[in-house]
Design a protein around this ligand. Structure first.
Ligand code: PDD
Length: 287
């Protein structure tokens, strides 16, 4: 079955989808994006993702390409054309096409919008969840505004590749003080020695993950206390549980970091309880 994408006003075959060579997303990574999970023909946490998109656009001063209702219509249409029941929908907004010049185009040009979707097999994610994943730590060498979800992901790309070459599935960024910031494409959580669920405060040093926000609602519902504070690599290695969260995988236990086994080397109870309760709490928007 052919795949389809939406590019600047048109639904096109994925294989033929293209943007201009002077699109500022391509030239400068002058663009922001969102990834939403799709589960059982529903977009998960759509409102929160679109709120964050609005915030990202505002932070880098790109005018939204269209009203929210129209954007949701396109997301639905791309999902339907690709027959996605379980998977993800990706959207990217760039500052548009203009002759290469670092400053914003003047007069302003229209933002570019690309929407794609793909199916993902829930069984693959379940298998990953059951086994847990391995991770490596890497210095966090990213810019100071990673709270904005921009497509400027080169440090994340290099970190994930380093993880892969070390036989791991995620890289964990560590700041200059030796504290954990987040994963290459996930937020990080520990259950500390006292049994408290801990994650780093969402300042400018991490992306405020939508899964992270909804997980806090899930924890509240389950009566699990969440503490937002910094934690060191040493504390993480001694934790009772470590797990990562992100839109496509929800929550994945980390069972080994830099070759050291976490707790007993198996996924923990807290991650399990949260994963089991997650979709009942998350917002679901039918395709
Ligand atoms: N990544 N931190 C980073 C650096 C991320 O790239 C992501 C998401 C997250 C988790 O955010 P959320 O819960 O909203 O997905 C945290 C997406 C999935 C990606 O780039 O593919």
């Amino acid at each position: 079955m052919p795949r389809f994408a939406y590019v600047n006003g048109r639904y096109v075959r994925h294989a033929d989808a293209a943007v201009h060579i002077e699109d500022r997303g391509f030239v400068f990574a002058d663009a922001v994006y969102e990834v939403c999970q799709v589960r059982e023909r529903c977009i998960v946490d759509l409102s929160r993702h679109l709120d964050r998109l609005d915030r990202s656009l505002g932070e880098i001063r790109i005018r939204p390409p269209m009203p929210r209702a129209a954007l949701v219509g396109i997301m639905r249409e791309v999902l339907r054309r690709n027959r996605v029941a379980d998977g993800m929908v990706y959207l990217q907004v760039t500052r548009g096409v203009a002759r290469r010049d670092h400053v914003f185009p003047s007069p302003e040009v229209r933002a570019s919008l690309v929407v794609t979707a793909k199916s993902l097999d829930p069984a693959v994610s379940a298998a990953k969840y059951a086994a847990g994943i391995r991770a490596v730590t890497v210095p966090d060498n990213r810019w100071g505004r990673v709270d904005i979800k921009t497509v400027g992901l080169l440090p994340n790309v290099l970190a994930r590749q380093q993880a892969k070459e070390a036989g791991a599935q995620e890289a964990i960024f560590v700041d200059a003080e030796g504290n954990v910031t987040e994963g290459g494409a996930t937020n990080l959580w520990i259950v500390d020695r006292a049994g408290t669920l801990v994650t780093r405060p969402a300042d400018h040093a991490i992306l405020r993950g939508i899964t992270r926000t909804t997980l806090m609602d899930v924890a509240a519902k389950l009566g699990i206390l969440v503490e937002e504070r910094c934690f060191s690599v040493a504390e993480m290695l001694e934790a009772r549980e470590v797990f990562v969260t992100g839109a496509t995988t929800i929550c994945l236990p980390v069972v080994s970091i830099d070759g050291k086994t976490i707790a007993n080397g198996h996924p923990g109870m807290t991650a399990q309880k949260i994963r089991d309760a997650f979709f009942a709490v998350a917002e679901k928007t039918a395709i």
